[in-house]
Design a protein around this ligand. Sequence first.
Ligand SMILES: Nc1ncnc2c1ncn2[C@@H]1O[C@H](COP(=O)(O)OP(=O)(O)OP(=O)(O)O)[C@@H](O)[C@H]1O
Length: 414
Amino acid sequence: MGVQPVTDVKTPIQAAEFSAWMESLGPWLPDAPIAPVGLAVSGGADSLALAWLARRWRQYVLAFIVDHALRPESAAEARLTAQRLSEMGVEARVLTLGPFPKGRLQERARDARFDTLERACVDAGCLDLLVAHHLHDQDETVSMRHGAGSGQAGLAGIAASAIRGRIRIVRPLLACHPERLRGTLRAASLSWVEDPSNQNRRFERVRWRQDLTQSERTQAREWQAGAVLNRAVRDAGLADLLANEAVWHPAGWVFLRKNGVCEDSVSALVRLVSGSRYRPSREKVLSLIKQGRGSLGGVIMRTAGRFGDGVIFVREMRSVEASVCAAGQPLWDGRWRCLQEDVPEGTLIGALGSGAQGLDARRLGIPVEALQALPALWRDGYVIGLPDFLERAGTVPFVWAGGVPVTGENGVNG
Ligand SMILES: Nc1ncnc2c1ncn2[C@@H]1O[C@H](COP(=O)(O)OP(=O)(O)OP(=O)(O)O)[C@@H](O)[C@H]1O
């Protein structure tokens, strides 16, 4: 999906045009009530236009409105948005967030919003969630990242399609000028909510939005297009290299043959094994390769020894997350999800750690560090459930749920 010509930015978007954008981002499940397509709707012009267009594209869509409860009027705005959606024939659910800890408000609000949206999508059977980022959001992101010295990965900008946890986030409007979205709503006589924080220069993004000139936006689009191409070529090379040189084991660790050690493979594998959404910095990756072993981003890279001629990547015990309550199938350590439906009250998910003592790592074919960093169900200081792939009695289903692909994140981009 390339940038569309913006000769007349006021021309409303037609249903056929939107459908063509959606087709380019498929495949999609059949249009059925059992698996509606999710819509993230704030009530602003962009996401309301998205909802209106999406409803013309298919019958079964389900909108989620997150009320951050940070302003006194937000609950009423969320209700008003739900009503506007219902008038367009779009069913809507309001998700109200609890209070936030102080500091880094925008970032925390965004993370909490996505976590809540992901859970709501899973509950409602939505595999895909559409969000309304548009061309100007992309320009601003790329310009901000360029200003901060980002490399090619960052300059590739916001992805049109990306896996986030258990769902796929899709951004069909990334190549669309925001004026066209407002024009679309006006043509359909629809109103929207203006969020005052979108004008607040205290936020860095708002300053970029207001200050970018047309030629700076054009420049940002050139950087982004170049970076997307560069990323696609690097990704293809990396996928090839990993297919030939790496083995990813079900217990969450990776073997990489000596020939396969390079900046891209180490960076991707550190991120994969840690379950982090972020890549380690380039300098740190290069220094780790130079040393040949060490710890980076919560992952240990060391000589593979009995596992072959290369290195292994294992989750570092001292970096694993503290135990979490096991009820409700939570994600633990950004890596594992326990699918056990009923767990006794007071059960926790935590690292196997000392609970690995009775297990023979050598016979299981797992490095000791990887074994200790596996998840287990704990109750009153005792292990009551091991992951099922260890194939022992009394195991419980744990699945890898890092939700971050090793390559191909920016495969489709605006
Ligand atoms: N409170 C919210 N509830 C649901 N989805 C949201 C919410 N806030 C943002 N989103 C989704 O994330 C996208 C990008 O967020 P951003 O904060 O840039 O949007 P916005 O300025 O609120 O734009 P919009 O005009 O779409 O409302 C939105 O277009 C929308 O799809």
